[in-house]
Design a protein around this ligand. Sequence first.
Ligand code: NAP
Length: 248
Amino acid sequence: MSKGVLIVTGGSRGIGRATVLLAAARGYDVVFSYVSDEAAARSLVAAVEAAGGKAVAVKSDIGSEADTLALFAEADRHGTLVGLVNNAGVVDLPARMDEISVERLERMLRINVIGSIVAAREALKRMSTRHGGKGGAIVNLSSAAATLGSPGQYVHYAAAKGAIDVFTLGLGREVAAEGVRVNAIRPGLIDTDIHASGGIPDRVAQLRESIPMKREGTAEECANAILWLISDESSYTTASVVTVSGGR
Ligand code: NAP
């Protein structure tokens, strides 16, 4: 029997993809978004269906409120929303803050902060008992950058993820009595394409030795923590951030 509908933003690749696969295997009907790589989205739907699960791909830019409303409207067609994984996120090419443009700052904050907040707002309208919902769980994607600051590379990204930490704390407490738990995971260095999109394809190899466990993490290790926070197994955990970083 279906556990209900789970939305995963940016679900087509990386940590989102692993989360979609695990959630579908555990019985959630997954509605996930992507923004450009339609082939990756299609192949993920096929992989989920081949394993007997259900997944729906929606092209939806998390930086656009209209797209996010359309993503939730599509999810509504598939059943009751029980969870949201605010996974979609971007890095940027390395830059010092004395050379950053407002355009780059706005893109970073619109996608990584405002996008997650707007999606959480839509989830609350459906899940909070204050709005007649039956409860649910939200998991945000923070980053070890929020505690390290990423000097010389991505201070603006780190600041955006710091905002996600505070948002998780505040919203978790705001809706704790309304049946909705809000948590985050804080990945360290995870082996995905995000490092190449940030202009440093060998970033993981460069920094591997600095990780106490001496290895990068996998998208699946992040998905395991995300699904624990979505599930009732974490029923007394809210307003918390779980670090998944090999000790970094
Ligand atoms: P990734 O491999 O680059 O995948 C990003 C996913 O997000 C793709 O499915 C992409 O869709 C989608 N996406 C990008 N921009 C989007 C937008 N504007 N609207 C909707 N979807 C969008 O990234 P990842 O490494 O899995 O990272 C996932 C999350 O974990 C991010 O929030 C990231 O900041 C965080 N994180 C990652 C690491 C790490 O080491 N990998 C560490 C700490 C935190 P397309 O396929 O269509 O491009």
